[in-house]
Design a protein around this ligand. Structure first.
Ligand code: SAH
Ligand code: SF4
Ligand code: F3S
Length: 473
């Protein structure tokens, strides 16, 4: 029995990729190991979206220098977006790395590990650059391998990510993803549905469809075009699936057919992640986001009109090249106006290889980025808390994910009831006391307290609970 240790950073794509790699290595007789030092193969699934993510990986690799000297037989591999972006540079910065594999070559990991074990030396397999071949060649070199599913690797067996789209063609000037993940490709709807049925058979209740611009999804075959809304109608038919979510949306592609599907389909969560990135038209233009703040407002108005109870969340980058105090004020005003359930706020990080790095100097000082980040976060936290207020005293439906972080820290051995955590359909985190047997069930919880990012509640049992119908939250 060989032992595998894997560390994953980055977005949902990486979480899913790690699941796939673990599944394929289990088939080769590997067992998952939680202690790095006890493993035979150590894999890092990496992210390049900000410099900090890369630095973390290189530091982790740096700490393995002497370990590898003492244990030369152990195999160290770097996979994912940073492997694709840095390629040979990984070997230069950490010469004891044995394996570098891009997101499009993950299916080759078992063979490449075999080659390394057979003494063939370090191995590298990466996809083509965006100008290094015909469109078809480039696309093929970035294809992922999705049909393998291993319920044991998922954070919870009743929840799963399902990739419907690979890559990205939007080329926002700050972003490295189109280079690391290659051209946008919508997966075949038949494959997606087959995978969803397998997941449902395995007991999966919640599926989150993932793609960099998931609502731009399109697949053409036999003269028919399938959109995300069409997929949702088909997935809704699958017995066992209780919740459908999808991330991340591109504001310009938030079409009425999609809003209609979310409004109509009971299983579709009214939860929409629609990153705005900035509230200033000048900044949006330099970012090449393809919309103005007026367009974004129009999208929000349509969402609010068709889905009045939807939770909308966003991403923002502060301190992008040339961002003035006035630009930032416009972002601040947009956040105040849109009342997002939550926003992820990032300080701009220049990425070599992007148009942004080539065209615009990274000229906003770190302290200014930091201040803007904190100001925006403070505003968003206030809004998040206010938006949670109406849920006080209400009954919400929660998919129980398992024991809370507090319970994990203090141990479970505290009697029958432990602190559990779960999520509402709108992706609100709920913490409450209950028996671990509830894990994986969708149950009613009455909310009695809240903070910006957490609701606190009590499980509603039929005979003591209020006879309220659960509200959509
Ligand atoms: N495809 C998604 C998300 C891509 S990455 C989308 O289009 O929204 C997730 C988030 O990271 C982005 O929404 C953006 O806010 C942030 N991000 C991307 N590149 C960045 C960079 N160079 N510096 C800081 N934040 C960045
Ligand atoms: Fe990056 Fe823009 Fe594509 Fe999102 S849409 S992955 S931010 S290039
Ligand atoms: Fe990072 Fe790659 Fe995702 S760069 S955010 S892991 S697509």
């Amino acid at each position: 029995m060989k032992r595998l240790y894997i560390e994953t950073v980055g977005c949902q794509m990486n979480v899913l990729d790690s699941e796939m790699v673990v599944a394929s290595l289990r088939k080769q007789g590997f067992e998952l190991e939680s202690e790095l030092s006890a493993a035979d193969v150590i894999l890092f699934n990496t992210c390049s979206v900000r410099e900090q993510a890369e630095n973390k990986t290189y530091s982790a690799l740096g700490r393995l220098r002497s370990f590898k000297k003492q244990h030369p037989e152990k195999i160290i591999g770097v996979m994912g977006c940073m492997a694709q972006k840095d390629q040979k540079l990984v070997f230069e910065r950490a010469p004891y790395v044995d394996l570098v594999v891009g997101p499009g070559q993950l299916s080759r990991i078992p063979d490449l590990l075999g080659d390394i074990a057979a003494g063939k030396g370090p191995q590298m397999a990466v996809g083509l650059g965006r100008k290094d071949g015909t469109v078809d060649e480039i696309k093929r070199s970035h294809e992922t391998f999705d049909p393998l599913r291993d319920p044991a690797m998922r954070p919870t067996p009743f929840q799963a990510y399902l990739r419907i789209q690979i890559g990205c063609d939007k080329f926002c000037t700050y972003c490295i993803v189109p280079m690391t993940r290659g051209p946008e490709q919508g997966r075949d709807p038949e494959q997606i549905l087959a995978e969803a049925r397998i997941l449902a058979d395995q007991g999966c209740k919640e599926i989150t469809l993932i793609g960099q611009t998931v609502n731009s999804y399109k697949h053409k075959s036999g003269g028919k075009t399938t959109r995300l809304s069409d997929l949702l109608y088909s997935l809704h038919e699958i017995d066992g699936i209780e919740r459908l979510k999808f991330v991340t949306n591109y504001p310009k592609d938030m079409t009425d057919d999609l809003l209609e599907a979310v409004a109509t389909l009971r299983k579709c969560s009214p939860y929409l992640h629609v990153p705005a990135q900035s509230g200033s038209n000048e900044v949006l233009a330099r970012m090449k986001r393809g919309y103005t703040v007026e367009d974004y407002r129009e999208t929000m108005a349509r969402i609010r009109a068709r889905l009045p109870h939807a939770a909308v969340t966003s991403d923002f980058i502060v301190g992008f090249c040339g961002e003035t105090d006035e630009d930032f004020q416009k972002t601040y005003d947009l956040v105040a106006e849109c009342r997002f359930k939550n926003s992820f706020i990032f300080k701009y990080s220049e990425r070599p290889g992007t148009k942004g790095a080539e065209l615009y100097p990274d000229d906003v000082p770190f302290e200014v980025k930091n201040r803007r980040n904190n100001e925006l976060l403070e505003l968003q936290n206030r809004i998040s808390e206010q938006e949670n207020q109406p849920l006080l005293g209400q009954r919400v439906e929660v998919l129980v994910e398992g024991v809370s972080e507090r319970t994990k820290r203090h141990g479970e051995d505290q009697g029958d009831l432990v602190q559990l955590t779960g999520r509402t359909a709108c992706d609100r985190i709920v913490v409450f006391e209950g028996n671990t047997r509830l894990t994986g069930q969708i149950i009613p919880v009455a909310i009695y307290d809240l903070s910006p990012h957490t609701l606190f509640g009590a499980v509603v049992t039929e005979h003591v609970g209020p006879s309220l119908q659960p509200i959509m939250a």
